[in-house]
Write a protein that binds this ligand. Structure first.
Ligand SMILES: Cc1cc2nc3c(=O)[nH]c(=O)nc-3n(C[C@H](O)[C@H](O)[C@H](O)COP(=O)(O)OP(=O)(O)OC[C@H]3O[C@@H](n4cnc5c(N)ncnc54)[C@H](O)[C@@H]3O)c2cc1C
Length: 379
């Protein structure tokens, strides 16, 4: 893998005008939305909010017009999602579809399929979930046991996916399944399918996470019939396609803006002139500023049409490490001084419980560091 250039990259004036437009929209759309709720933006789905974003043209921003997309730049998209995340907007409904399922369909789905589904994503009305992990198969995706077998013109799907975020509210999943033997390479014989989650034989069981949210699920398939056109991409190419999808998942500013609400609350609550707080919070802000530059650089890599995998792995790993340090800083600075029931206490409680997942979802720390080592030619 060639080492990518992560050049400094700043949104231009047009992007900054767009930023103001988004801020103005959010000030109105989220007026009165409680600060503590903004910490949960990941898991809060608000179909009306997603629909309004779609109306503004802020979903599917970079996609071709023939799918309803808006053909805007990667940096314009970056600015919009950065503002949504910084404001703690309830983005969970459309997020996965906008970030990775739409691009997957546009790139790999048959021309008969993508035009039927993608415009609904752009309108903020069609939601997706990611069907990669299974029980005993998270990091080692090549060992998936969900199987699709040919049946007439189509396929029949059997198996189960685990930790599937948002499956309970999604309309579709893109699922990785085994369609053939691993012939020579463990990565061979895998394919991706579009699965309608309302199809007979699909069952969705919620799993409560340690932050007390029902956000991920187990999704089982029992003889689920899939029409031929639901094969996304080419049979046997699932591994390459799934790794492309993971690069989209790892490349956005969400990988360092998951716990930002806690930093904002600490900045608000820190007593003026407190030297300890100034040093600790100043250090965090400096790290955030650096990560933002790196993350913008990844948007630049995408804009140049280059492979963002290595750069995205670096930003995601550094971002997770930084955000996982936030609860400790909050504890050291405020500890017993957090008034019971205050916004700071509620946000610190939530981020403390959610933060361990930051270095698991979308690829664990060890897996990302393996990608970085390979990219540097060390393995
Ligand atoms: C909040 C959250 C949301 C998620 N949402 C989704 C989703 O929507 N869809 C989906 O498909 N999955 C989802 N996942 C699953 C996530 O992708 C997996 O948890 C992750 O890939 C790790 O897989 P695993 O849990 O099987 O752990 P394992 O792969 O068993 O890993 C266990 C430990 O071993 C280490 N390890 C594993 N292999 C190696 C290796 N080769 N070298 C060094 N160390 C290694 C790992 O780093 C980890 O520390 C989600 C997870 C979380 C926490």
């Amino acid at each position: 893998m060639p080492i990518p250039r992560i050049d400094p990259c700043e949104p231009d004036e047009g992007c900054e005008r767009l930023r103001l437009e988004v801020r103005e929209f959010l000030a109105e759309a989220l007026a009165g939305y409680p600060a503590a709720a903004r910490a949960h933006h990941w898991s809060v789905a608000d179909p009306e909010f997603s629909r309004r974003l779609g109306e503004r043209g802020w979903i599917g921003m970079t996609w071709p017009a023939r799918y309803g997309g808006h053909e805007r730049s990667q940096l314009e998209r970056y600015v919009v999602i950065e503002e949504l995340l910084a404001a703690g907007a309830p983005v969970a409904a459309h997020w996965t579809a906008d970030r990775q399922s739409g691009p997957q369909l546009i790139r790999f789905a048959p021309e008969t399929l993508a035009p039927k589904i993608v415009p609904g994503i752009v309108r903020g009305e069609t939601y997706f979930c990611i069907g990669l992990s299974e029980s005993d198969t998270g990091s080692d995706l090549a060992s998936v046991r969900t199987r699709a077998t040919r049946s007439g013109d189509g396929w029949v799907l059997d198996g189960a996916k685990l930790w599937t975020t948002g499956a309970h509210r999604a309309h579709y999943m893109i699922a990785l399944a085994r369609t053939g033997p691993p012939d020579g390479s463990r990565h061979a014989g895998l394919s991706q399918f579009l699965v309608d989650l309302k199809a007979p034989g699909v069952k969705i069981r919620p799993i409560r996470n340690q932050a007390d949210e029902d956000d991920f699920n187990e999704v089982s398939f029992e003889r689920v019939e899939l029409p031929a056109e639901c094969l996304v991409g080419r049979e046997g190419e699932g591994w390459t396609q799934a790794t492309t999808e993971l690069a989209f998942e790892r490349s956005g500013p969400e990988r360092y803006l998951s716990g930002i609400r806690l930093l904002l609350e600490m900045l608000d609550a820190a007593p003026a002139g407190d030297a300890r707080a100034q040093v600790a919070l100043g250090r965090l802000v400096a790290h955030y500023a650096t990560l933002r530059q790196m993350s913008l650089g990844v948007a630049g890599v995408l804009a140049r049409g280059e492979d963002p995998s290595l750069a995205a792995a670096i930003v995601k790993d550094l971002g997770a490490t930084l955000e996982q340090s936030l609860p400790d800083v909050a504890h050291e600075l405020f500890g017993g001084a957090m008034p019971a029931g205050s916004t700071l206490e509620q946000v610190a409680d939530y981020v403390t419980r959610a933060a361990p997942s930051f270095s698991l979802r979308g690829g664990t720390r060890e897996i990302l560091r393996g990608i970085v080592a390979r990219g540097l030619g060390l393995r």
